[in-house]
Ligand binder design. Sequence first.
Ligand code: UDX
Length: 436
Amino acid sequence: MKISVIGTGYVGLVTGVCLTEVGHEVTCIDIDEKKVKSMREGISPIYEPGLDEMMKANIERQRLFFTSSYEEGMEGKEVVFIAVGTPQSKDGSADLTYLNKACKSIAQNMKRDLIVVTKSTVPVGTNEHVEQEITKHITNGFKVKVASNPEFLREGSAIYDTFNGDRIVIGAEEEAVLDKVRSIYESFNLPIVSTDLRSAEMIKYASNAFLATKISFINELGNLCEKLGANIENVSAGMGMDQRIGNKFLQAGVGYGGSCFPKDTNALLSIGKSYGHDMPIIQSVIDTNEKQQRIIVDKIKEYSPDLLNKKVAVLGLAFKPNTDDMRDAPSIKVVRELVDAGAEVHAYDPIASENARIFLPGSTVYNSSVDEAIEDADFAVIMTDWKEIKEYELQKFTKLLKNPVLFDGRNCYNLQEVAQYGLSYYSIGRPTVGMN
Ligand code: UDX
């Protein structure tokens, strides 16, 4: 099928590239000409394992194209995906400026009847708005029908998730539209949930909010486990074996970050509010996460009330491993508070340092290895569970740090092993090792 994808952010680019991989012809439209130019050469603007290779292969097969012109990008296409950003407004609601602009441009460049599929996460009811907004600007009598097709990709495993997702959700009001969109995904061989527009939009928010709830829930219990002398990892393992609960997203840590959970939980609250509907569970999930993102600072201050001129190594900055994404990363709050308290932060992240500069205080020093960051530091703090950090030789902490003290916000190491190397070790929801 001939398809255009509007917006080459995370969702748009991965969707476009994966659709070409199964044989569709896709033109990705983005207003940023510089970005378009480099994507034409097969250079992805985002870091995602496997994406560059897949991009290059499909450009070569002449199935994947990039343009900044709607006219060129929509030429001969029967389906248009919208994957523009819907950032969070000040009041927590989703900002639909880019979406509205895309609607207008689609209408102005229509040369046939179209199906417009929204991939962006949008408030319930937005797809109806998209249909009205496009129709309002159509001047040549063509017709548009809309469908909702939310994405469930995780950054860092977006390609794997696209081809191995648990389900594909498609919402539309007409069977013919559902059929058309289903046919795009036929060769994916994945379960398809076909539903009405509003339920499809709701499934996305409900899923992300539920996953965020699991994380805040386990973090709250982890904090209690610390007081009780229990170990949250054992508790998670025991709970997760109950298939009604499931073992995923039960890992305690420094809270969730990223471009989805914080934004979508706030947007859901705001949707509720606009209908006069309180959502105390979602509100608590958000509040618990705000506190959790800085919980390690409390532990650090308890250990070292005076942080003035202390050299602190912060290991991992991205909101999770295998991405350079710093949006809402818990490391932001932690580094800011450490710097505010007078500490000298030496940070290391395998790939996120460049992006981190926008978010972290100017005094932050960026090192190029764990060794360099921890050398002579008063103590180290782990914020992201990169493989490289999880597999770091524990004896090197003892050797290189000024004091063998480690705060681990991601529970990277085994408690018995840590004890063998004489480290003082504080993690999340587990007994402290070697500290008094
Ligand atoms: C998420 C959803 O998983 C995906 O379906 C949706 O489309 C977009 O949002 P992503 O933001 O890429 O994807 O990251 P994810 O792997 O889900 O992790 C989100 C955050 O939760 C990270 O900060 C991670 O560290 C944290 N997390 C995850 C935990 O703290 N504990 C867990 O058990 C799992």
